[in-house]
Design a protein around this ligand. Structure first.
Ligand code: COI
Length: 354
């Protein structure tokens, strides 16, 4: 891909790769050697630069710090079976980043800066991509309002940054989640569909309350009636009821999860029925009473599939049956993994292979 302005590259003098314990990666512990930085000023994106990962300097008056114009993405690079590198669904991530930036009135990062920037950055840090099943190089592109001016305004300057780090899949132990009916994550017309920092910061307090009560995360309900399930913690919420994969439909209060979309597509490909429709708390209660709900999980890039073991509804803990390898969620996850590593056909053209 030809960029109008080429990317300058400054390499690290000494890699930190040997500090990584690949047998115990965790999530968010390690950061790869390089990052990409690109500034938006005077109505234009400037030349991107790849440089050693390090601190950014910013003025205390930077608009992002005060009014919250910040947006991020979460995506993964995988090592394929034949050794090549796969940047999974790179164009879909750019599409969603653009929608998030647009909702937050921020400058859109050009697709060629995003794709070519990732290509060069991840090629440079390719040795950081772990190979064990379930692991990946997690990539965090993000942008923030960098204009130094504390007057309340839409920023005229932005910084776009990409860094990455090797991770194990997050949230693998079955989660205990509590249906939240007091606090909400997002309302119709709000920013829930944008991957903006405020959605996550605003979720911390209710999540902390749920943790104090012995739960890992909350199952968010709609802001109008607190009746319908929206998301599960920081992930999309998915249930298996009567053998059908059921998940709330996308709306402006639900994030358009790339993993959600991938798992639903894989399910359809495997002939497993899928319904994107409203799921009420009442329906879940009934499904537990009638034993028709067999699985519940969060779907997100970090976890891929995060099994849910317990759902607390109106102070009653409902248990999901124990999961074995035949669970639909694991079949979907494994099929996705097979596509990403090149063991199964990539018929939807999701793999961007370097
Ligand atoms: C993801 O699942 O990738 C997310 O973005 C959630 C979290 C790590 C912030």
């Amino acid at each position: 891909m030809e960029l109008t302005q080429p990317i300058s590259v400054q390499r690290v003098q000494q890699s930190r790769l040997q500090e990584v314990d690949f047998s115990n990666l965790g999530f968010g512990t390690y950061v790869a050697d390089h990052m990409l930085v690109c500034d938006y000023k005077q109505g234009e994106w400037q030349a991107p630069a790849i440089m050693p990962f390090g601190n950014l300097t910013l003025s205390p008056t930077s608009l992002a710090l005060h009014y919250g114009q910040t947006v991020f993405e979460g995506m993964k690079a995988f090592r394929m079976q034949d050794g090549r590198i796969n940047l999974f669904r790179v164009h879909k991530h750019h599409e969603r980043l653009s929608r998030s930036l647009d909702r937050m009135a921020m400058a859109i990062v050009p697709e060629d800066v995003f794709v070519e920037g990732l290509r060069q950055l991840i090629s440079l840090d390719k040795d950081w991509i772990p190979t064990a099943p379930g692991t990946a190089l997690y990539i965090r592109p993000f942008a923030y309002a960098s204009e130094a001016k504390f007057g309340v305004k839409v920023s005229d300057e932005y910084k776009f940054v990409i860094f990455s780090g090797p991770v194990a899949a997050a949230f693998q132990k079955p989660l205990r989640v509590r249906v939240e009916t007091q606090y909400v994550r997002a309302a119709r017309g709000g920013t829930g569909a944008a991957k903006c920092g405020g959605n996550y910061g605003g979720a911390f307090y209710p999540t902390t309350k749920a943790k104090e009560a012995g739960y890992d995360q909350v199952l968010w309900t709609d802001a109008k009636e607190n009746k319908y399930i929206e998301e599960s913690g920081m992930m999309n919420a998915v249930f298996v009821i009567d053998g059908t994969v059921v998940t709330p439909p996308l709306s402006d209060s639900i994030l358009d999860g790339v993993t959600r979309d991938s798992l639903l597509t894989v399910a359809r490909d495997l002939g497993i029925p899928v319904e994107e429709r409203l799921v009420s708390i009442e329906e879940l209660e009934k499904a537990f009473r009638q034993h028709t709900i067999t699985e519940a999980f969060g779907a997100g890039t970090a976890a891929i599939v995060a099994p849910i073991g317990t759902i607390c509804i109106h102070d009653i803990d409902y248990q999901l049956p124990a999961y074995d390898a035949q669970a639909i969620m694991f079949r979907l996850r494994d099929q996705l993994e097979a596509i990403r590593t090149g063991q199964a056909a990539d018929k939807h053209h999701w793999n961007y292979v370097l």
